[in-house]
Write a new protein. Structure first.
Ligand code: TMP
Ligand code: ASP
Length: 257
């Protein structure tokens, strides 16, 4: 059936969500707009919307092949993907493999310190409150998710980490940390939102060069180039042995580990 965008349902900092002519199906439109520090800092990262759309689609497909339920249905265009409509749970789930960002600040540990066992953190998805950190008891008190839902979200976040970490490592990228959002559809939970350099910290495996939104947050320069480099490694390069295509890696410039 032909899909058409209808009413705008929601406009966020980096995406617009549209209703469609199909019930329960939405379009995510990815913008080039970038914000940081709860939108105190604003800018544009040229081409970001295309990269985040294409990269999210590629990673959602990897996760779906590993039986992680995601909202992704299919890519519609450079900046648009078709997704199941979810009732988003107001929790940002963060997984960390290496100390960086707010964890470095909170603990005094140096950025780059490896974490033996991945850490899961929860934040309240509330711009008005500045996304404060929560624990399970706060989630229960605020009725943001049931204990069963929360347990599933944490388990699934770690499963996603165990799938994405080696997938990215094969493409010369260290998955330092990332943010996930989950939502309900009927009685089931799904992964929603996006997976991109906006929502992940990605470092070059060898040089530890930052290839993500921290270049924008911290005024490191080379922001567009970093997004392009991640895109090249993930989407435009010949795929590695887990791509399902079993194509050869000959000609790939990505160091394989
Ligand atoms: P943090 O170290 O600033 O807490 O960030 C942890 C991860 O979450 C990092 O990969 C970036 C991502 N993130 C978002 O996706 N949205 C946000 O608003 C923030 C603060 C972080
Ligand atoms: N997107 C978030 C904001 O504008 C922050 C971030 O990603 O750093 O606040």
């Amino acid at each position: 059936m032909h899909v058409e965008a209808r009413e705008k349902l929601y406009e966020g900092k980096a995406k617009i969500v549209y209703e469609t002519n199909q019930p329960g199906v939405i379009i995510q439109y990815f913008k080039d707009d970038a914000t940081a520090f709860n939108a105190l800092k604003k800018g544009t990262i040229v081409g970001k919307g295309v990269i985040n759309n294409r990269m999210s689609a590629a990673l959602f497909e990897v996760l779906q092949r590993a039986r992680v339920p995601t909202h992704f249905l299919r890519t519609l265009s450079d900046r648009e993907m078709l997704c199941h409509r979810l009732d988003i749970i107001k929790i940002e789930t963060i997984v960390r493999n290496i100390v960086a960002g707010s964890l470095a600040k909170r603990t005094g540990l140096e950025e780059g310190t490896p974490i033996k066992q991945p850490i899961v953190e929860l934040y309240y998805k509330s711009d008005a409150l500045g996304d404060p950190m929560l624990n399970d008891d706060h989630v229960r008190m605020l009725r943001l998710a049931t204990p069963g839902e929360l347990a599933w979200m944490k388990r699934t976040a770690l499963k996603i980490n165990s799938i994405l970490r080696p997938h990215l490592a094969r493409r010369g990228l260290l998955l330092v940390d990332f943010k996930l959002e989950f939502g309900r559809r009927g009685r089931k939970l799904y992964l929603g939102d996006e997976i991109s350099p906006d929502t992940c910290r990605l470092w070059d495996s060898r040089s530890k060069e930052r290839l993500d939104k921290d270049r924008f947050r911290r005024d490191l320069g080379g922001v567009e180039e970093a997004y392009q480099e991640v895109f090249r490694r993930l989407v435009t390069e010949p795929h590695g042995p887990d791509s399902g295509h079993r194509r050869s890696n000959a000609g790939s410039r990505i160091p394989l580990q």
